[in-house]
Design a protein. Structure first.
Length: 142
C-alpha cells in the first residue's frame, strides 16, 4: 500500500492478472488429477479382480502409491503456480522433470506387475488335473 501526498486514504497497488492464466493453471491441475485417478483405478482393479495373494497386493500398492504421489505433486504445483501468478512473476511455467518421472514410474509399475505374475507362474507347481478330478469324483461317489 502506498499513500499519496495530501491524502490520508491509503491506495492499493495491484496488478491486473489475466484470468486465462488462472484457468490454465486449473486445467493443468485437473489434467494431473485425471492421470492420478486413472492410476488409482488401475490399482483398485488389480486389488479387486486380481485374486488373493501378496503379489496382487504389492502391484496394487505400487499403483496406489504412485497415484497418491501424483495428487500431492499436482496440489503443490497448483498452489505454487497460483502464488507466482498473484505476485506477477515472469518466467518459465513448464515442468520438464515430472512427466519423465511419471513415464518411468509406469514402466516400473508395469514391470513389477509382470515380474510378480511370471514369478508366480514359474514357481507354481503344475497340478495333475486327472488325479484331482478322480479324487473329487471318488469322494462324491462314496
Amino acid at each position: 500500500m502506498s499513500q499519496q501526498q495530501g491524502s490520508s486514504a491509503p491506495t492499493v497497488d495491484f496488478k491486473l492478472i489475466r484470468p486465462k492464466n488462472y484457468f490454465a493453471n486449473e486445467r493443468t491441475f485437473i489434467s494431473w488429477l485425471q492421470l492420478a485417478v486413472t492410476m488409482g483405478g488401475l490399482g483398485l482393479a488389480l486389488l479387486n479382480f486380481g485374486g488373493d495373494g501378496i503379489r496382487v497386493r504389492i502391484s496394487a500398492f505400487v499403483f496406489e502409491t504412485g497415484a497418491l504421489g501424483l495428487i500431492v505433486y499436482a496440489y503443490t504445483m497448483f498452489w505454487h503456480r497460483a502464488e507466482r501468478l498473484r505476485r506477477g512473476e515472469r518466467g518459465t511455467w513448464d515442468d520438464r522433470f515430472i512427466p519423465i518421472v511419471v513415464v518411468i514410474f509406469f514402466i516400473f509399475a508395469t514391470a513389477v506387475n509382470f515380474g510378480l505374475t511370471f514369478h508366480k507362474k514359474a514357481y507354481t507347481p503344475p497340478l495333475d488335473n486327472l488325479s484331482v478330478i478322480t479324487m473329487s469324483w471318488g469322494s462324491k461317489a462314496r
